[in-house]
Design a protein around this ligand. Structure first.
Ligand code: BGC
Length: 756
């Protein structure tokens, strides 16, 4: 009793400290420091231990039970694996989404979108977000979370870009890695999806009228497959992901879920993936062929393709019992890997698991906001002298019909997420207008607003109102997209560009806030001299209002960076969404900034770009080969990457070979953060784009402060995929090293090289 009271008090005190820390972080004049979010890891096992337990379990199952387990059954979750009562196994619950517990259930936190967390370029935040998401899945008793979603932003129109981590495989890979670790450290299995090359929604089920509908075919070469699309999946497998979801589309002419090359060879062979492959919902088109090609569990099942139907296949010799055993061991191994056999909470989907996660979510959302333009330091506003604000655009406010109108349709309000199975129903949403009105009350600001953006008479009239003539004009625009459909163009919704032009024609200090799922064409107004600042709010989650107020008024110094290039012309991206059966990835490895570099095309904003309210300088680049003595980097780097459930077979790729050390100084007079980005140029033998991202670290510096930073290049980072030898090879010759603040060559701050 006595001991438990003390423990209780300590527990409350820790909570108080966490709460106090997070709250105070928003009352500082300029906050950029990230506060570690406290997470508790649960007991996990190694793959070897887990597989032994799964084998013991399978040895006690009947053949019928084993077959039944290879297809989903009806249940409360999006997907459900059949229970085996006589072995005290209650089944497995699979549930969306990558950014929180979804599928319409209640009392979940709608965490910021994948595209937004990627824009923070902060691995600690990648991890903290995933850990909090994991806590919520666990709290509701969900065994497998259907995320991370890691398809590459190959084309700006893709409806699901917002769920993913942008256009670069390295950045996507780092996000995937820390997502898997954060989630699985809470005992929840991560499902890396959609494997592979699901980079468009159009025609994802191509021809519904000709028998079993098939997806479009993504056609690509071996080098592109390895270096761009497989890379992030390799990272999640290396992190120890328990499950991989195969996609709706075909890959080089064969349906992804029955494609032995990508499932048996690449995933289970080359990457030594020990977990299971589950099909996307309805992506299994045939049974036996899929099982033989590497599919382990068909979702949502109940269509007679796998499951009990495989019993007949075993009896007639088309599938062996050993094969079924392997499938079931793979289905169960992640359950043992993460200790789900030990006191896992029961499934209770509407159980309130939100805790105080809104505080972390607010921090994450703010950290992912990107400052694109800031003429003459328009931002941050000064609350003492900038007193008048005119606010325009339906995207500033709530949907007209509620916080959560349809989930699938982005309508007329500010967006906290995109649509489809990635969408999480929030318990609340604080829109920018609400937060700005509260600021007006607290700081004595005069505000007017017009939300009906078709009412140009009112908009024009408002600009002449007394006091507002020299005030600030905030124009909110947005663009929404969803699973199941791609965008038709890259313009802002609802004539948003016209709205900006109308306001900017009369208001000399127009600030545009862009709330978008992925790239947008900004050309209609970006060069207008009255548009003095542009803030890329992205998809900052339900704390959007608070986050944008913190940025506009300088409570938080913006430090997010673009995770894709923003082109001047839509055709500059060099890829398209196919309306036909074939999607040819003819650009190869020349995607996004790699394509702009190769073809010398100047975009509007470069990949990796983002401004701050302060300035930074860089000095003293030292490139060193890691020696036996230099074990410090070695061990800290490894410690950061390895957990008990990591995939051991891939470890040799992650041995650091070189360190890149340099000093960053905050030369301005505000605390702030910068993201030094490490790009490398390969020797010719590797046939690589001019420069490739291979490292980054977000560093938080007080005004005047300097920090020495060390980035490590691993064997994988400096290898290319050799299609002849079918191996990752370190090329011979000169490697150029650039430390830059974006993929723009004029943003290169330091350069050096090493020879191999
Ligand atoms: C989506 C998946 C999702 C699944 C289950 C599919 O339509 O493509 O991402 O996990 O549905 O809801």
């Amino acid at each position: 009793m006595w001991l438990s009271s003390i423990l209780y008090m300590m527990h409350q005190y820790v909570y108080f400290l966490i709460f106090f820390n997070i709250c105070t972080s928003y009352t500082n004049t300029v906050n950029t420091q990230t506060k570690p979010y406290t997470v508790t890891n649960v007991a996990t096992r190694t793959w070897t231990e887990a597989i032994i337990l799964a084998k013991e379990f399978v040895a006690q199952m009947t053949l019928e039970e084993k077959c039944n387990m290879t297809a989903g059954v009806a249940g409360h979750c999006a997907g459900f694996v059949t229970p085996v009562p006589h072995l005290n196994f209650g089944g497995l619950c699979f549930q969306d989404s990558p950014s929180g517990v979804g599928d319409g259930i209640q009392f979940s936190t709608a965490f910021i979108a994948g595209i937004q967390i990627a824009a923070t370029w902060d691995r600690d935040l990648f991890y903290q977000r995933a850990a909090a998401i994991g806590q919520e899945f666990r709290g509701k008793g969900v065994h497998f979370a259907l995320g991370p979603m890691m398809n590459i932003d190959r084309n700006a129109l893709h409806g699901r870009n917002w769920e993913g981590f942008g256009a670069d495989p390295y950045l996507t890979g780092e996000n995937s890695f820390y997502y898997v670790q954060g989630l699985q450290d809470q005992g929840v299995v991560a499902t890396a999806k959609h494997y592979i090359c699901n980079e468009q929604e159009s025609n994802r089920t191509y021809h519904p009228k000709i028998g079993p509908s098939q997806g479009y075919s993504a056609n690509l070469d071996d080098k592109t497959m390895h270096e761009i699309y497989l890379w992030p999946f390799a990272e999640s497998v290396a992190a120890g992901a328990g499950s991989v979801m195969c996609a709706y589309n075909q890959v080089n002419g064969t349906q992804a879920c029955q494609n032995s090359k990508i499932l048996n060879d690449l995933l289970k062979g080359e990457l030594d993936f020990q977990g299971n492959v589950m099909s996307d919902w309805g992506a299994t088109k045939v049974g036996i062929q899929s099982a033989l090609s590497g599919l382990d569990i068909e979702m949502p099942g109940q269509d007679g393709l796998m499951g009990y139907a495989l019993l007949q296949a075993i009896r007639n010799g088309s599938v062996t019992e050993a094969k079924i055993n392997d499938m079931v061991i793979r289905i169960l191994a992640p359950y043992y890997l993460l200790g789900q056999d030990l006191n896992y909470p029961p499934v209770n989907l509407n159980y309130d698991v939100t805790r105080d996660h809104y505080l972390l979510n607010r921090q994450l959302g703010t950290a992912g906001i990107i400052l694109l333009k800031n003429t003459n330091n328009t931002l941050p506003f000064n609350r003492n002298t900038d007193k008048y604000y005119s606010i325009y655009g339906s995207a500033a406010s709530r949907y007209s019909d509620g916080v959560d109108p349809h989930g699938l349709d982005g309508l007329d309000g500010a967006l906290y997420q995109g649509g489809g199975s990635g969408y999480v129903r929030s318990t609340y949403f604080i829109d920018p207008l609400t937060a700005l009105l509260i600021s007006a009350r607290d700081f004595h600001l005069q505000i007017q607003y017009i939300i009906d953006q078709d009412d140009y008479v009112a908009i024009n009239r408002s600009l002449e109102n007394s006091g507002f003539l020299d005030g600030k004009c905030l124009v909110f625009i947005n663009a929404w997209s969803s699973e199941g459909r791609d965008r038709h163009n890259l313009f802002a919704y609802h004539n948003g560009d016209n709205l900006v032009k109308t306001v900017a024609a009369r208001c000399a200090s127009t600030i545009v806030i862009v709330n978008s799922v992925s790239q947008l064409n900004l050309e209609a107004w970006i060069d207008n001299s009255n548009v003095t600042a542009v803030v890329w709010a992205g998809l900052p989650g339900p704390e959007y209002g608070q986050a944008i107020v913190d940025i506009l008024f300088g409570n938080y110094n913006p430090g997010g960076k673009l995770v894709f290039t923003i082109a001047k012309n839509d055709s500059d991206y060099g890829t398209n969404i196919t309306e036909t059966y074939n999607s040819n990835y003819t650009e190869g490895v020349f995607l996004d900034y790699r394509h702009f570099d190769k073809n010398n095309i100047t975009p509007r904003y470069y990949f990796g770009y983002g401004l701050s309210y302060t300035t930074f300088s860089f000095s003293t680049l030292i490139i060193a080969k890691i020696s036996q003595e230099n074990t410090n980097v070695h061990t800290s780097y490894r410690r950061r990457r390895i957990s008990s459930y990591s995939n051991r077979a891939l470890l040799k790729f992650y041995e650091p070979l070189y360190t890149i050390t340099f000093i960053v100084t905050n030369t301005g007079n505000m605390n702030g953060s910068e993201v030094p980005q490490l790009y490398i140029g390969f020797p010719d033998e590797a046939a690589q784009p001019p420069k490739i991202l291979r490292g980054f670290e977000r560093v938080y510096l007080d005004a005047g402060e300097s920090k020495k930073m060390t980035l490590a290049l691993t064997s994988r980072d400096i290898s290319y995929w050799n299609v002849i030898n079918q191996k990752w090879i370190v090329a011979s010759g000169k490697y150029t090293v650039w430390i830059a603040t974006s993929a723009n060559n004029s943003d290169i701050k330091l350069d050096g090289f090493f020879n191999i």
